[in-house]
Unconditional design. Structure first.
Length: 708
């Protein structure tokens, strides 16, 4: 028993500008402190660690029990507050989730009970998964379960849910203080590390990758390191982040760069729902896997965005996946939410119809997302929301309805209640980033550089969403990127425009909006599963996601990539960039740094000579482009808006490709809704993933017939 450490821990609960009075007693240490204006005296038995209260006849078996008591942290009161908080939140239909932890698959709710703390070390659990997988939901569910257990057994530590809310970790003490104040806890941010060390709390930092960015913010890493140092050689800390954040080796290097921390790191990966689980969740049935139709299997294919819980919940409310047509899944999600909101408003406001409400709402949510990005905060005040609503609906409403919309602004259903009074938030960062992407593209197209491109860092979670934003309006995106390229060519400022702009330009390159990129640097970048064609010259990227991409038509000239993210569908050509490491996704995820292993993977995924003639044939190239786009979008619209899918179907070769696919029953065409007064057919490619597999027997037959 370290009596000096115990005294230091108790001292944290002293009233400001008061101190501990120490008095020796035979075999004991008597301490008197002032707490909440009252003098409290305790005797600590130096041999047994038992603590006796002198103000009232009460005994604590150890210092941990004392610190948990009502006179100190009052952990029971905190658990009760958590339970009331959870009961105030509307119950939603739960999709059961699983977590891969310690090479085992466990129920998500069993994670805490499966954690075996390592004695003498800070125990870090890195909980990861893609955006929308339900990291926040899982932490909330764990917190709900833990607070319930504590109220039953007085042992299981409650979880302190520390949310980033768009903030950075550079001043983590403020984040902790805000979290404890919001819950009205009897302890503050200053006491949290000590309570974690004693096992009275589990700290769960949600959105950890937003608090500390993998490519910068060294002060944020330093703040996290200081928090772990304050916790000391015990306690459990959960860090929730996207699965593209850092691998285990990089994380340990970052957090323990000087080798002076003794930490134990465990990885917990939230798994996607199975296609059958997703289908049954949507349909409230118990369908067997063999009974799923082809379209369901394709939409709910392995690693599909459609399998993520947040999307499935919205999809369930919308009446099922069959309403998803030419939009990408995120675009459909946002469109559905706005349409629903517009109908509600048009029923409330006599002078507003649904058609007019949709662009006004879109503008409002773009302004809100931009404001949040500028502030680096995921919350917006009701008063500010009222001001933005007045601006966005100006000229559309009669005076009486204008007053109504300003009054209603704080209760627009798309912006949900937050834990902070009089502040709203988007239902998910995916929705927030979609509107942010639309705002950035529109501003650039109007020849204005948004300030946040100079201030913040665009990460993989932003770019994945922005790819779909670009696909929804490619003419505007092309105009925006042309302007951005011109600005960057003449920009000599030392801010983040260079790396953020570089990421956006590379994303546009993969979408076919740009054919050549010169002198670009980026931190995070993605090719978004496309088939880019063109030249990259003197380009340097820290991390490039090329999963599902065909890179065989890209000419790499003096290109350096720190980490290239790939999967089994990534295809290479003869021309390659300099690659520092390969992050390989799929059934056996791993990071390869050995040059020989990198070369081996690339060779195995380089188009073979006997396939090269087939791959280079224009008909087969068009088939590959259509197949890759069909993986991301359920349908392509023939004769609709000027997006890339429509351009593909306008290609004169499409008639032949369609005829061959039809002969193998691999294409479905049905009548779609009118676009600008004319009907537009909806084209669905069946089993598009197989059309990218050069070793698939039917795919080879289709390609050979196209190449005749």
């Amino acid at each position: 028993m370290n009596i000096n450490q115990i005294i230091s821990d108790i001292k944290l609960f002293c009233d400001p500008f008061t101190d501990i009075v120490q008095q020796p007693v035979k075999g004991k240490k008597r301490l008197t402190i002032t707490r909440n204006g009252r003098d409290l005296t305790f005797d600590i038995d130096l041999s047994t660690g038992v603590v006796s209260g002198k103000n009232r006849s009460i005994e604590f078996k150890n210092i941990r029990s004392l610190l948990a008591s009502p006179d100190f942290a009052d952990i029971r009161r905190y658990a009760e507050t958590q339970q009331r908080s959870f009961k105030s939140i509307k119950e939603i239909s739960i999709l059961e989730s699983q977590i891969e932890y310690s090479k085992k698959t466990i129920a998500a709710g069993d994670l805490i009970s499966c954690i075996t703390p390592t004695e003498g070390k800070s125990n870090l659990i890195l909980l990861d998964g893609p955006a929308g997988i339900g990291k926040t939901f899982q932490i909330t569910e764990l917190a709900k379960a833990q607070s319930g257990k504590y109220l039953t057994d007085n042992i299981s530590p409650p979880i302190l849910h520390i949310s980033s809310s768009g903030r950075r970790l550079s001043n983590f003490k403020d984040v902790l203080a805000a979290t404890t104040q919001d819950m009205g806890a009897s302890f503050g941010g200053l006491q949290v590390p000590m309570l974690v060390r004693h096992g009275l709390l589990i700290a769960a930092i949600d959105g950890f990758d937003e608090l500390v960015d993998a490519d910068g913010y060294e002060d944020s890493w330093r703040a996290l390191k200081e928090f772990i140092e304050d916790v000391g050689a015990s306690g459990t800390i959960i860090l929730a982040a996207r699965d593209t954040f850092l691998d285990e080796q990089e994380f340990l290097q970052r957090i323990n760069s000087e080798g002076d921390l003794d930490v134990s790191l465990s990885l917990a990966h939230i798994k996607l729902a199975s296609p059958v689980t997703a289908f049954n969740y949507l349909t409230d049935t118990k369908t067997a896997e063999e009974d799923l139709d082809d379209l369901s299997k394709e939409i709910f294919s392995s690693s599909s965005y459609a399998l993520r819980p947040f999307f499935l919940r919205v999809l369930k409310e919308a009446g099922g996946w069959k309403k998803v047509q030419t939009e990408g899944l995120r675009a459909f999600l946002v469109k559905n939410l706005i349409d629903r909101e517009a109908k509600i408003l048009s029923r409330t406001l006599a002078s507003l119809n649904t058609e007019s409400a949709i662009p006004a709402l879109t503008s409002l949510f773009e302004e809100v997302a931009l404001e949040m990005a500028v502030r680096e905060n995921n919350l917006i005040e009701n008063e500010h929301l009222t001001f933005l609503a007045d601006y966005c609906f100006s000229g559309l409403l009669e005076e009486s309805d204008k007053r109504k919309i300003m009054h209603k602004a704080g209760s627009i259903s798309l912006l949900e209640l937050s834990n902070t009074k009089n502040k709203r938030q988007f239902p998910h960062t995916e929705v927030q980033f979609f509107f942010l992407g639309k705002s950035l593209i529109n501003q650039l197209a109007n020849r204005s550089v948004p300030n946040i491109l100079r201030r913040t860092i665009l990460g993989a979670e932003h770019l994945d969403v922005f790819a779909e934003v670009i696909a929804t309006n490619e003419p505007t995106a092309a105009k925006a990127m042309q302007f951005l390229q011109g600005v960057m060519d003449g920009d000599s400022s030392h801010d983040r425009l260079a790396t953020n702009g570089g990421a956006l330009i590379l994303l546009s390159f993969s979408s076919g909006l740009i054919e050549r990129v010169d002198y670009v640097t980026a931190n995070d970048a993605t090719f978004s599963g496309g088939s880019p064609i063109g030249t990259l010259h003197d380009v340097e990227v820290s991390r490039l996601d090329a999963c599902g991409c065909n890179l065989s038509k890209v000419s790499f000239e003096e290109v350096k990539i720190g980490v290239l993210v790939v999967d089994e569908f990534t295809k290479f050509g003869d021309n390659l960039p300099a690659i520092g490491a390969l992050e390989i996704r799929g059934d056996l995820p791993r990071v390869e740094r050995d040059p020989n292993n990198i070369t081996k993977f690339i060779e195995e995924h380089t188009t073979e000579a006997n396939h090269q003639d087939l791959i280079n044939h224009p008909m087969v190239q068009l088939l590959g482009k259509i197949a890759r786009r069909s993986i991301r979008y359920c349908y392509l619209r023939d004769g609709g808006d000027d997006d890339e899918g429509t351009y593909m179907l306008r290609d004169p070769r499409w008639t032949t490709v369609k005829r061959v696919l039809d002969s193998y029953k691999r294409v479905e065409i049905k009548k779609g809704k009118s676009m600008h007064g004319r009907p537009a057919a909806l084209v669905r490619i069946k089993k598009p993933v197989e059309l990218l597999d050069l070793y698939n027997e039917e795919t080879q037959l289709i390609m050979k017939e196209l190449a005749k």
